[in-house]
Design a protein around this ligand. Structure first.
Ligand SMILES: *Cc1c(COP(=O)(O)O)cnc(C)c1O
Length: 358
């Protein structure tokens, strides 16, 4: 790693200016309102993170990780940037690395789907494959030493790289966009956990602003996070995380995951995530990703509980990424059948919730 004196302050200032100028040219993401015909007193909102330039909520994380590393003087003009990610994070980080003229290497399992590798390469990133997925972290550390580079390490730094008190983080943006609604302070915000960074930012912001909103994390059944939430002694699952939902659910509890600020976790079957994803795509007229389906399934559970208790209010969840990257998986009926994902019943149930009149 470089020392502060090694890094040219002029280069550093220019690097930060480029990221800030890019931000300044960008618009905020939309908050989409979804009325539920059956439940007129309850409204769902979707924070549409698919509209970032690199297509997912990882755009926010990548920007934060780069700014954090730059201001820590961990990155200079010749630093090779390295990350353990086979998906959205690497795509967004490759975008920022190219903006700064830096080499970027994504360390990925060799089984990673070609479209994802193409997306990383499209933004100028390089791919380093490993045979055993469990070795990605160690390989990143080794590559950082060999290249004199910097391992961004999303699973450690996601929770601390973001300004959780404000600076238009995702939570501040949600509350600002809710200001004119009938129930401006949501009863619940529902999100998933991959790094845990998004839930950490939202949970802290809610406390800091002293809102009554509660935070629910929707987690794939095959993930360790909800098991750790129920029993803090559980920190890894020996069988590995078999979840098919990309971006969320992990086999080990990551350093960035902050369970104490989560009120509730809901475990969701992959088939229910896919059914909800398909139904939501019909309801809003465009395809969303699998983790958005997981979020929606958990929202539906909360909607039904609120309706039974006779409470009104709003629930905000995240549209984490669009469905284009999943054309050959979650949107391919043959692929789903091949992987034993029987999603139709869940899809029908969710379609009824979103579209049917009472
Ligand atoms: C990373 C990711 C999440 C989870 O967000 P974290 O802040 O990492 O917990 C959800 N959905 C998708 C598609 C993701 O890529």
């Amino acid at each position: 790693m470089m020392t502060t004196q090694d890094i040219d302050r002029g280069w550093l200032a220019e690097a930060i200016r480029k990221i800030e100028a890019d931000y300044n040219r960008s618009a905020d993401t939309h908050l989409i309102r979804l009325d539920l015909p059956k439940y007129p007193g309850i409204t769902l909102y979707l924070k549409d993170e698919s509209s970032h330039p690199t297509g997912s909520l990882k755009h926010r994380l990548a920007r934060s990780l780069f700014l954090y590393a730059l201001c820590n003087a961990w990155i200079g003009p010749d630093t090779c940037i390295i990350e353990a990610s086979s998906g959205s994070t690497a795509v967004s980080e490759a975008y920022f690395a190219r903006m700064l003229g830096l080499r970027f290497i994504a360390v990925v399992p060799e089984t990673t789907a070609v479209p994802k590798l193409d997306a990383i390469r499209f933004h100028g990133g390089e791919i380093h494959t490993v045979a055993d997925p469990r070795t990605v972290y160690a390989v990143c550390q080794r590559l950082a030493i060999e290249t004199g580079g910097h391992y961004l390490d999303q699973f450690t730094y996601a929770e601390r790289a973001t300004d959780w008190r404000g600076n238009n983080n995702i939570a501040e943006s949600i509350f600002a966009q809710m200001a004119q609604e009938k129930h401006p302070v949501p009863s619940w915000i529902v999100c998933g956990a991959g790094t845990g960074g998004t839930s950490a930012t939202i949970g802290r912001f809610i406390r800091y602003q002293r809102h009554a909103t509660r935070l629910c994390v929707a987690d794939p059944v095959h993930s360790v996070f909800h098991r750790h939430f129920a029993d803090r002694a559980v920190t890894a699952i020996p069988e590995g995380c078999a979840s098919k939902i990309e971006g969320i659910g992990r086999p080990r509890v990551e350093a960035s995951f902050m369970p104490a600020i989560i009120e509730r976790m809901i475990a969701v079957e992959d088939a229910d995530s896919v059914g909800a994803m398909r139904a939501l795509s019909l309801a809003i007229g465009r395809r969303v990703g699998g983790s958005t389906g997981t979020n929606l399934w958990a929202c539906a559970r909360i909607v039904e509980e609120m309706a039974r208790a006779g409470t009104e209010g709003s629930i905000v969840t995240l549209l984490c990424d669009g469905g284009d990257r999943y054309r050959d998986t979650y949107y391919d009926d043959a692929w789903l059948a091949e992987h034993g994902i029987a999603w139709q019943a869940a899809g029908e149930r969710m379609r009824a919730l979103l579209l049917e009149r009472p």
